[in-house]
Design a protein around this ligand. Structure first.
Ligand SMILES: Nc1nc2c(c(=O)[nH]1)N[C@H]1C(S)=C(S)[C@@H](COP(=O)(O)O)O[C@H]1N2
Ligand SMILES: [Mo]
Length: 425
């Protein structure tokens, strides 16, 4: 795994993960805003309350008496691809692999709701996990509208790829909202609140929103003009060859990858270009076709001549959604789905990529450790490439979440962050 943050855990799947239909659990990305809780299965219960006729609680045995349902589905973090946005935005700097495809097993959320008897007043559900916030961070509570909750494919899953969920992935129970971004797939589920209105907690009202209309890159966007991130966008990733590979002219090369989409319908076509997007050929879809899983694809190509070729893959849905060639910027760096491109040298080896220039060695100011590194480690900071104004806002956010910077240390911390972890060159 590619480690973005060791604790809290943010682990990314490497590109070769897109070669298998089901992502093995030990290769499956992990994203947690806080430290993973230890849930004691013996005392665990699921409480259902709010706009229901009979508030209920289920033990795992009781839950497992409901019909068991399985489905294959892509779980993708809304922030997958965030590192490609320019100007950069704060947050985990994912490249391609904050996504995976698994076989989930559990019960229908609709069956649970039926037992509780949802009232006519119900509008939205809010899920609460057993994780506890760090400092004064708001509790991670996310929900979905009633219609998505009643969809027969929305599950409460206790298994992933035929095994009980692991701690990292939400043991003992998590939400599976197929075709929707991962922030709705709440882990360590222990409570469901049925509400007669939209929930106004931080993780619904402020986080996981993007501008309703395209904005100028870097522009601050009025909260009233933001809309929730819900369904996944059509996307494909090239798993082979890797960027920068050198191959022989005249020898056949397999271009392969995976493609997926949201609940608007699966990605059912992938086109490949070996000439920077001038011409496109249909790739062959291989492996299993499922409504919510990813689809593997491949395309054989024999490079005719030496040179440097840009390969691209572009997925489509039946409804006509295609991957864009340029992405609208958004302030949180959500839902990157630009056509993936990979450079291949045919014949002459590609020049070695320039070594990354190391960050200037600036001494840590007093209070940096005790203010910043009590909740997370420096890896979380290192991956950001933010301007002074952005770092200033991050410090304000962290202070609101409980970081205690002494006023005389604040400036020194800000200067340090800007000089060591400033904007990309
Ligand atoms: N309780 C809880 N559920 C959560 C989160 C969290 O921090 N707490 N993170 C969400 C986000 S942002 C993502 S991307 C997915 C990641 O799921 P995974 O770690 O199983 O890949 O879990 C979601 N569910
Ligand atoms: Mo996420």
């Amino acid at each position: 795994m590619i480690v973005r943050s060791i604790n809290p855990q943010d682990f990314e799947m490497p590109l070769e993960g897109f070669q298998s239909f089901l992502t093995p659990v030990d290769q499956f990305f992990v994203r947690t805003h806080v430290y993973a809780p230890r849930v004691d299965a013996a005392n665990w219960k699921l409480e259902v309350a709010g706009e229901v006729a009979n508030p209920l609680s289920f033990t795992m045995d009781e839950l497992k008496k409901l019909p068991r349902v399985e489905l294959v589905g892509v779980l993708e973090c809304a922030g997958n691809g965030r590192s490609f946005y320019d100007p950069p935005v704060p947050g985990a700097q994912w490249r391609y692999g904050a996504v995976g495809n698994a076989r989930w097993a559990g019960v229908r959320l609709a069956d649970v709701l039926k037992k509780a008897g949802v009232k006519n007043s119900a509008r939205e559900l809010i899920f609460d996990g057993a994780d506890v916030p760090i400092g004064k961070m708001p509790d991670f509570q996310r929900g979905i509208p009633l219609a998505k909750a009643l969809d027969p494919n929305t599950l409460l899953a206790y298994e992933m790829n035929g095994e009980p969920l692991t701690m990292a992935h939400g043991f003992p129970l998590r939400v599976v909202a197929p075709g929707w971004a991962a922030d709705s797939w709440v882990k360590w589920l222990q409570g469901i609140q049925v509400l007669d209105r939209e929930f106004d907690g931080f993780w619904m009202k402020s986080a996981y929103r993007r501008p309703e209309y395209p904005v100028r890159p870097g522009e601050a966007v009025d909260a009233a003009k933001m809309q929730p991130v819900t369904r996944l966008r059509v996307k494909s990733v090239i798993s082979a060859p890797l960027d920068g590979t050198t191959v022989e002219p005249g020898r056949m090369l397999r271009i392969a990858g995976a493609a997926w989409s949201g609940d608007q319908g699966p990605a059912n076509a992938v086109d490949v270009s070996v000439d920077s997007g001038r011409t496109w050929r249909a790739a062959t879809l291989t492996g299993q076709a499922t409504p919510y899983g990813w689809r593997l694809w491949e395309h054989m190509w024999t490079p005719p001549h030496e040179g440097f070729y840009t390969l691209m893959a572009r997925a489509r849905t039946m409804a006509g959604d295609v991957q864009p060639l340029a992405q609208e910027w958004n302030p949180s760096g959500y839902q990157w789905n630009v056509v993936h491109r990979v450079g291949v040298a045919v014949g002459n080896a590609a020049p070695a990529p320039a070594a990354p220039t190391s960050a200037p060695d600036v001494t840590q100011p007093d209070g940096f450790k005790t203010t910043c590194l009590v909740c997370h480690q420096e890896d979380m900071i290192q991956q950001q490439r933010l301007t002074r104004a952005q770092w200033n806002r991050e410090i304000d956010k962290m202070a609101a979440w409980g970081a205690e910077a002494k006023p005389d240390q604040r400036d020194a911390i800000l200067n340090y962050l800007v000089s060591r972890f400033g904007p990309r060159p």
